[in-house]
Design a binder for this molecule. Structure first.
Ligand SMILES: Nc1nc2c(ncn2[C@@H]2O[C@H](COP(=O)(O)OP(=O)(O)O)[C@@H](O)[C@H]2O)c(=O)[nH]1
Ligand SMILES: [Mg+2]
Length: 361
């Protein structure tokens, strides 16, 4: 940041020029391998464009991109200087106010001196061709802040799960000096479990009322949460919100003990009126210090690394075997048989795998 400011004032024209050249090389690097050391240095300096382009690699399935990503992560790793980060997952049904909350919460974290990266998993639907929830994932205010980096990432038809690459995007953001990484889930389907597996703390947002039916949120998701926030506690819903919070507090007593060894708190907030945001930050800080003291933060991350390794192996094996396969005669034949119902999906998959194993040998 300080470097950027100096550059803008023309105090460091030589450095600015070198960085501009490096960026131009990264931009132009189609087919040509950009200089990974330069790229890593730009990310370390907090250059947004360099970070953005690196995150784009995490969304790619091309072997050459993944090789580049690997080299980049390696260069960043060797640089050392890791920030003490907290990775925070935010979940809740669509419309509960996740994006609105992140705008406020992120703003408060910045006021407290943190640098905030938001990886919003944008539910751009392959069916509607656009985001179901409008433009909220852009987080207009937060994204304009110098200490924030907001990156919507398409879930679309992602091969290998909604969040493949999100763990690498997190590492890239941390290397760029962001110490609060917020990941917003789509709030539908599988994304909660995958985001939970990438984060230190998981926050569940709920609506006032209907507490006993768990509002379509599966019990399993409530069990994953470290902090519960009843949002929209405003516009005459205050009493209802408090009642709902109490119902959840009671329900939580029946849950198995949390592996982090903490009592899950339930707070009432209004993301719209910025009520209860500081309390949410305080609750989270409390969890972080508790987990640092009892070792849960390290233990959980260690388990997550092993878990991610397994997933990456599966994914890499999959794309290696698939390479070019979709255009083959065998693939077309199996597709036809599947569509006609003359072959069972499991059998077709096994036949495909066997053929690929032979041809890749
Ligand atoms: N009254 C009220 N409305 C809110 C609050 N938080 C969010 N909203 C509104 O709820 C709608 C959905 O919010 P959004 O943040 O996009 O929800 P998301 O789908 O969970 O990300 C928007 O129209 C928001 O303005 C709140 O605390 N109170
Ligand atoms: Mg949203």
């Amino acid at each position: 940041m300080a470097l950027d400011a100096a550059d803008k004032k023309g105090q460091n024209p030589k450095g600015a020029l070198a960085r501009q050249n490096a960026l131009a090389r990264i931009r132009a690097a189609q087919g040509v391998r950009p200089d990974v050391a330069d790229w890593a240095a730009l990310i370390r300096e907090g250059n947004r464009e360099a970070l953005g382009q690196a995150i784009t690699l995490t969304e790619s399935h091309r072997t050459s991109d993944l090789e580049l990503l690997d080299a980049l992560l390696d260069a960043l790793e060797r640089d050392g200087g890791h920030t003490e980060s907290l990775r925070i997952g935010i979940t809740g049904v669509p419309g509960v106010g996740k994006s609105t909350f992140i705008e406020q919460f992120g703003g408060t974290l910045i006021e407290q001196g943190h640098r905030v990266a938001v990886l919003a998993i944008d539910p751009s639907s392959s069916r509607t061709g656009g985001s179901i929830l409008g433009d909220k994932t852009r987080m207009e205010h937060l994204s304009q802040h110098a200490a924030a980096f907001v990156r919507p990432s398409p879930t679309g038809t992602s091969l290998g799960g909604v969040t493949r690459g999100t763990s690498e995007a997190t590492i890239l953001c941390e290397a760029a000096g962001y110490d609060r990484i917020i990941i917003e889930t789509v709030g539908v389907g599988q994304s909660e479990t995958s985001v939970r597996a990438l984060t230190d703390a998981f926050i569940l947002l709920m609506l006032p009322g209907g507490g006993d039916e768990l509002q379509g949120i599966k019990r399993g998701i409530m069990e994953m949460a470290d902090l519960l926030l009843v949002n929209k506690c405003d516009s005459g819903r205050e009493t209802l919100a408090e009642e709902t919070a109490n119902q959840y507090r009671k329900a939580l007593h029946l849950f198995p003990p949390n592996p982090g060894g903490h009592q899950v708190e339930v707070l009432t907030i209004s993301a719209l009126d910025a009520k209860g945001i500081e309390e949410s930050c305080t609750a989270l800080e409390g969890l972080q210090s508790k987990w640092m003291a009892n070792g849960w933060l390290d233990q959980q991350r260690s388990e997550q690394r092993v878990d991610q390794f397994r997933q990456h192996v599966q994914h890499l094996v999959f794309i290696r075997r698939m390479e070019g396969g979709e255009v083959s005669e065998k693939w077309r034949k199996l597709m036809e048989e599947l569509q006609n119902g003359t072959i069972q999906p499991f059998h077709a998959a096994r036949e495909w795998m066997n053929e690929r194993m032979d041809s890749n040998r």
